[in-house]
Design a protein around this ligand. Structure first.
Ligand code: HEC
Length: 166
């Protein structure tokens, strides 16, 4: 009897600690906060963006416009892809757009991202903006006025230039 009790409490303890973390894994990793390093880690290690889909209607290494790369590859998280394809009209909270900016010779120069975080910055479409150089060096991050200012031109397309989101 006593042994059984001990076994039971051990099982309870184990389920308390093990189950919640396995649920978190089953769900994919949990989303990062608005910390540039945490976001980079998420995009390169926990949910590597290069395994995601390309922005609907785009190909790898399409020709970009100033101020971004000469050649561009743009990835979207699965929820963003779905929202675009089903014409939701607005991209989801927790969604990502990750853009690789290449130099004319095909060398990767920088990664620029938009990450939608509910309530983060209503004046800027609730997008968290970041620009990373090689090895994850943070060149810009947060409610960047420069990014917000230019992308405001396409506010009606949820602040996205590359293609229609509805
Ligand atoms: C002067 C205008 C301008 C500024 C400033 C700017 N962008 Fe962009 N951005 C564009 C254009 C135009 C595109 C469309 C892709 C292309 O052809 O370059 C784009 C595309 C993007 C995309 C792909 C999704 C989309 O909107 O098409 C991301 C992500 C992005 N920019 C992030 C950023 C970040 C982060 C910053 C600030 C560090 C920034 N941008 C600053 C003009 C700008």
């Amino acid at each position: 009897m006593k042994k059984n009790n001990r076994y039971l409490s051990a099982m309870v303890l184990i389920s308390l600690f093990v189950l919640p973390s396995s649920f978190a894994f089953a769900n994919g990793s949990s989303l990062p906060s608005t910390d540039a390093g945490e976001v980079y880690n998420y995009l390169t290690k926990e949910s590597p963006y290069q395994t995601w889909s390309l922005f609907p209607g785009t190909q790898k290494m399409y020709k970009g416009q100033s101020p971004h790369g000469a050649l561009i590859t743009t990835y979207v998280s699965a929820d963003v892809k779905q929202a675009i394809e089903t014409g939701k009209g607005k991209l989801p909270d927790g969604g990502f757009i990750v853009k690789e900016n290449y130099m004319p010779d095909g060398t990767l120069d920088a990664i620029t991202i938009m990450y939608r975080v509910k309530g983060y910055n209503p004046d800027g479409g609730d997008w968290f903006w970041a620009k990373y150089g090689s090895g994850g060096r943070v060149d810009a991050a947060g409610k960047e006025a420069m990014c917000v200012g230019c992308h405001a031109a396409v506010k009606d397309n949820d602040w996205v230039f590359v293609g229609p989101i509805k």
